[in-house]
Design a binder for this molecule. Structure first.
Ligand code: JAB
Length: 237
């Protein structure tokens, strides 16, 4: 997968050089490129924003740098990339969407700032991209970069070879409609707090059953919405 990120703060994406994502890039599992939007400005101040038509507070990102950036990236191959614009007004980003996007050939992330990107850019981009506005949640950030960090990690970790042990991806929260079970490690008695006896039994069948029950109870307590949906598709749960 090739993944491009366009931002006026490319250094914001430097955490993507670290840990498993950074290793995946170095191992050639992920072709991730970060671009400075100001590359596609032509004035001496490298201007990317201007005042909003219709008045109002703040500034709006100008269409021209974005159109040139998107044209440049689209021209790199014959694919039709998916353009993802993080924003509070978007469709909720979920594990299911992360899985869907992990199957794409190319993703391009556009990090908006200020009051947002001129709306005509979305229309213009649709000529060469499948455009999706995606939100991490119902809150407002100062820009798209933090959301891109989260989305890229959620997507890239699903790519073959990125997570050393693919088993780690099974029974994770949101993978199958339930939250994950509680985990424990040594020592068995820590500050008088003990590991559930079942986990020390070596009885893998009973341990699996206990873990599934924990998932049901945890999902019911913390995410009744998820639990209700799970019960609809698993009436015997
Ligand atoms: N909620 C999201 S993803 C966002 C991006 C920018 N502001 O909020």
């Amino acid at each position: 997968m090739r993944l491009d990120v366009i931002s006026i703060f490319p250094e914001y994406l430097s955490p993507l050089d670290l840990s498993l994502i950074g290793k995946a890039r170095r191992d050639g599992l992920l072709d991730l490129r970060v671009h400075d939007l100001r590359t596609w400005t032509h004035d001496r101040h490298r201007t990317v924003d201007d005042t909003p038509y219709g008045g109002g507070a703040g500034m709006v990102m100008k269409p021209q740098p974005w159109s040139e950036a998107l044209d440049s990236l689209a021209a790199d191959d014959d694919s039709r990339p998916t353009l993802i614009v993080p924003g509070p007004g978007g469709e909720r980003f979920t594990q299911q969407i992360a899985r869907e996007l992990a199957g794409k050939e190319r993703l391009v992330f556009a990090c908006g700032r200020y009051e947002g990107i001129d709306e005509r850019v979305y229309e213009y981009a649709a000529r060469d991209y499948d455009v999706r506005v995606l939100s991490l949640g119902d809150y407002v950030l100062n820009g798209g970069e933090v959301a891109v960090l989260a989305m890229v990690e959620a997507i890239a970790r699903l790519l073959p070879g990125v997570i050393g042990n693919a088993e780690s991806l099974v029974e994770e929260s949101h993978e199958d409609g339930l939250l994950e079970y509680p985990v424990y490690t040594k020592p068995a008695d820590w500050n008088g707090l003990v590991v559930p006896e079942i986990l020390l039994s070596g009885d893998h069948g009973r341990i699996a059953a206990w873990r599934h029950q924990q998932r049901l109870e945890r999902t019911s307590a913390r995410r009744p919405d998820m639990y209700a949906a799970y019960r609809l598709s698993h009436p015997d749960a």
